[in-house]
Design a protein around this ligand. Structure first.
Ligand code: SAH
Ligand code: SF4
Ligand code: F3S
Length: 439
């Protein structure tokens, strides 16, 4: 057998891309590739790009430019661009950067083996179609390697919501749900390979409506199917839209033991005027009432969210409404972003907020969020939580994992194996993690 070729994948953006990178590595594994952590000794470099940040495409071009020297030294090196910039830019990438051999959009990763073969024959390969066939089925897996205790599983892709700031509906296309049986067989396969926690992924995961044996299933119904898999201990899902938070999903948070008490539910702003301009189709009030219902079902649930500050036309009063909402929810985690324009989206054309003002608001929001995050984390001290151990800690003898609430927890001198799920008493809270002892 010939020496394995080396594949270097650099992943940007969301969990969807992290998942896709794994699938790409598997697909190219069939072509004799093994992954490397170092671009310098790679036979193929793939950039799995994200289009969410400002000037995302420009950054990809400058990143590609840096491979010039490497490609001059190694003429056989193949360079590919995948992900959302590939989808958005398409052929333009090869026009602007001739050293690129391959451009592949997120819907076409199952075509990678034949595309790679084409580049080996000296050709260029481009595929950014939105095909009809199921790319997940096509990405046939190789003989099963053992895996770590946690894994992502994509159940839904794309989005039909068209928030005024967001490129996802353009880069990932319309909302598509995978059929239930395929998700279940992938989940069983993951569990056989050592996975104990699965995070269901989708840009709009709670809009899930995949085909089941007797009609479409909701996300909650899918979760109840997964609940039956022996050996699967924990289920999470991300990212949800407030409008798709159905009663059965809320109820599952109260009744399904495997469903973890953590919910990422982005709101983006606390101002109804801005929410309307964002095309979010919920209000601050409806969002807060929703959280009340979720907390009624599962009182200890840890809430997480996303915010955009400095959205076009956001006034100080609008921003204040965001701060008020944060005060009211008390997030355990929250991610805040300064608005940045995405060409082609409706908000890009509107009057922009002064950047210095937006920076100032971002800092104020982050200060508030950091305070809440810390106090929620600190409130774990003295409690007993369950921890799924994932890897050795920084210090000798230390082991680290995540609690049900997704806090990082480490235990000194822990007599545990990776993949163990154990009760831990929390004794201390540091900046980004908790310390505990086995209970
Ligand atoms: N589908 C998910 C997340 C989409 S992108 C959802 O609806 O919540 C992840 C986050 O990036 C968003 O929640 C938003 O807060 C942020 N984001 C998206 N577009 C942005 C933009 N143009 N500027 C700043 N932040 C943005
Ligand atoms: Fe983007 Fe999420 Fe809005 Fe869809 S719901 S358009 S993915 S922010
Ligand atoms: Fe980015 Fe595409 Fe994800 S734009 S956030 S990588 S869906």
């Amino acid at each position: 057998m010939s020496k394995p070729k080396k594949l270097f994948i650099k992943t940007y953006g969301c969990q969807m891309n992290v998942y896709d990178s794994e699938r790409m590595a598997e697909a190219l594994g069939g072509q004799g590739y093994v992954e490397t952590q170092c671009a310098d000794d790679a036979d193929m470099i793939l950039l799995n790009t994200c289009h969410i940040r400002e000037k995302a495409a420009e950054k990809v071009y400058s990143e590609l430019g840096r491979f010039k020297g490497l490609k001059a030294e190694k003429p056989d090196l193949k360079i590919g661009v995948a992900g959302c910039v590939a989808q958005a830019e398409g052929e333009e990438i090869m026009r602007r950067q001739p050293l690129v051999d391959l451009v592949v959009g997120p819907q076409s990763y199952h075509r990678l083996p034949e595309m790679e073969a084409k580049t080996r024959q000296g050709g260029k390969a481009l595929n950014t179609d939105f095909p009809e066939e199921d790319k997940f089925e096509q990405l046939k897996k190789r003989p099963k390697a053992k895996r770590g205790p946690t894994a992502f599983l994509t159940v839904q892709e794309g989005c039909d919501k068209f928030c005024a700031f967001c490129v996802v509906p353009y880069t990932r296309g319309a909302e598509v749900s995978r059929p239930v049986d395929r998700i279940l067989s992938e989940a069983r396969d993951l569990v056989e390979r050592g996975v104990r926690e699965i995070t269901l992924l989708g840009q709009n995961v709670n809009a899930y409506h995949g085909a089941g044996p007797a009609g479409d299933m909701t996300l909650a119904q899918l979760i109840w199917q997964l609940d039956k898999i022996d050996g699967l201990e924990r289920i999470r899902f991300t990212t949800s839209h407030p409008n798709d938070m159905n009663d059965d999903l809320i109820e599952a948070h109260g009744t399904c033991d495997k469903l973890m008490p953590y919910l990422h539910l982005p709101v983006q702003s606390g101002s109804d005027r801005i929410l309307k301009r964002m095309n979010r189709s919920h209000t601050a009030e409806s969002y807060l009432r929703l959280i009340e219902r979720i907390r009624a079902a599962r009182p200890d649930i840890l809430m997480s969210g996303d915010f955009i500050v400095g959205f076009p036309e956001e006034s100080e009063a609008d921003f204040q409404a965001t701060l008020d909402l944060v005060e009211e929810v008390k997030y355990g985690y929250a991610y805040s972003f300064k608005y940045s324009t995405r060409p082609g989206t409706p908000a890009a054309e509107r009057p922009q907020v002064d950047p210095a003002e937006a920076d100032d608001r971002l800092q104020r929001l982050q200060a508030l969020i950091t305070r809440d995050q810390r106090s929620v984390q600190d409130s774990m001290v003295g409690r007993e939580v369950k921890v799924l151990f994932e890897k050795p800690g920084r210090l000798p003898g230390q082991m680290g994992g995540k609690s049900d609430y997704l806090h990082a927890v480490h235990v000194d001198d822990a007599d545990v194996e990776i993949g163990d799920l154990r009760r831990v008493r929390i004794v201390d809270s540091a900046a980004n993690s908790l310390r505990g002892v086995l209970a």
